[in-house]
Design a protein around this ligand. Structure first.
Ligand SMILES: Cc1ncc(COP(=O)(O)O)c(C=O)c1O
Length: 397
């Protein structure tokens, strides 16, 4: 096939695809480590990391090795056959996460959907019918996930949604007290909200949630799809609170760059879903399990620690910069390598300025610049970002 130019690729994308994405004006050619190159040979530092997916950066040798080895054996069979690579991956995931059993899917939303089914079935067995979730949360684009979310931008004109959900204010203890009762089957939450603008749960709020759990007996589900996989300096964001949820959902970085998601449960939930009650054709794809395993080993060995160290350095740098631009930056927050800059203007304007300086970044929740780079990041990368940020903000002052 004839090679398309950069302009032709952009034009074709506009014609050939349903226009749901707002893409940056970069036509990627290749990536390596923290960097990607476009078709014109221009290099960019990647602080978006495939939206918190590329934990090992681009084209990591361990990922290439895992793909090559697995591809030589087989690419897909089905979950009707036993697969050694799934078992090896599961063992590692259980060891790092401390959970007892897993179900493998292909994505975040698919993990959320399976979990809603599990929670509803548990609720059916325990005569509890209501699921509680929070404002500002993001759980995916499918109907179950949307039923737990409040933002009109994701929901307008798509109703009706599923019954049996109550969405209450994040970090509101009084909402918890007035909503949760013996009819509550599960509470879904991100301990560090991503799409919602990098917002943490308050420790007192989490304490109250667990007090109510003791009183009413319901399941707590940590959506760790964005904040998990070592990004915050611990494997899960919930670990910063010293509590243990009943279920965690993970995806994004789980497959080391390939599509993979998981539902992680404690052993007392292992009999809730029975044979044929759930499944997925591609879930636990062997290639994704192989890259996921390679990625978990790196995360455990040094990347989780790197996320913590570089995250602290990054936050310090950003706080310094924020002091120079009090009219433009109103807050710097986050944990590890999941950082948000609360701006006083649309974050997309800063994203495009940063791009001029060769930095790929992302806007979320209108005025928040979201920074979720690969966990392999170095001090030098952060310094490069900081210089570009300073220059960009100068032009916007
Ligand atoms: C916390 C959280 N949950 C769920 C999802 C949905 O994941 P996916 O896009 O893989 O369906 C996302 C995606 O951004 C997320 O950040």
């Amino acid at each position: 096939m004839e090679k398309l130019t950069r302009e032709q690729i952009i034009e074709n994308e506009h014609n050939d695809f349903i226009q749901v994405y707002t893409r940056l004006p970069i036509v990627i050619d290749r990536g390596e480590g923290m960097r990607v190159w476009d078709k014109n040979g221009r290099v960019y530092l990647d602080f978006l990391g495939g939206i918190a997916v590329d934990v090992l950066g681009h084209s990591h040798p361990k990922i290439i090795e895992a793909i090559t080895n697995q591809a030589k054996r087989y690419l897909h069979t089905s979950n009707y056959l036993y697969q050694d690579i799934q078992i090896e991956f599961a063992k590692k995931l259980k060891e790092i996460s401390g959970f007892d059993q897993i179900f493998l899917s292909n994505s975040g939303a698919e993990s959320i959907e399976g979990t809603i089914k599990l929670v509803r079935k548990w609720g059916f067995l325990n005569n509890k019918k209501e699921i509680v979730s929070f404002t500002g949360s993001f759980h995916g684009r499918t109907y179950g996930a949307l039923s737990m979310m409040d933002k009109p931008i994701y929901k307008a004109n798509f109703g009706p949604f599923l019954d049996g959900f109550k969405i209450i204010n994040y970090n509101s203890i009084s909402d918890l007290e007035s909503t949760i009762n013996e009819n509550t089957s599960g509470v879904f939450l991100e301990f560090l909200q991503g799409e919602g603008g990098i917002v943490s749960a308050n420790p007192e709020f989490i304490q109250k949630l667990f007090e109510l759990k003791n009183k009413y007996n319901f399941l707590i589900i940590a959506d760790e799809i964005q904040a998990g996989m070592g990004r915050t300096g611990k494997f899960f964001a919930f670990e910063h609170y010293g509590i243990e949820p009943d279920i965690a959902t993970v995806s994004k970085g789980l497959g080391g760059g390939l599509p993979l998601g998981a539902i992680l449960i404690r052993n007392y939930l292992s009999n809730v879903l029975q044979k044929s009650e759930h499944g997925s054709t591609f879930g636990g794809n062997p290639l994704a399990c192989a890259t996921g395993l390679a990625s978990l080993v790196e995360i455990e060995n040094h990347l989780m620690q790197n996320a913590q160290i570089q995250g602290e350095y990054f936050l310090e740098k950003l706080q310094e910069i924020a002091q120079s631009f009090p009219k433009l930056i109103s807050d710097v927050r986050g944990k590890g390598l999941m950082i948000g800059l609360q701006l006083t203007f649309p974050a997309k304007d800063l994203v495009s300025r940063l791009l001029d300086y060769g930095i790929i970044s992302n806007a979320t929740n209108q005025n928040v610049l979201r920074i979720v780079p690969p966990l392999i990041i170095t001090k030098q990368d952060i310094d490069e970002f900081s210089t570009a940020l300073f220059k960009s903000l100068k032009t916007l002052e």
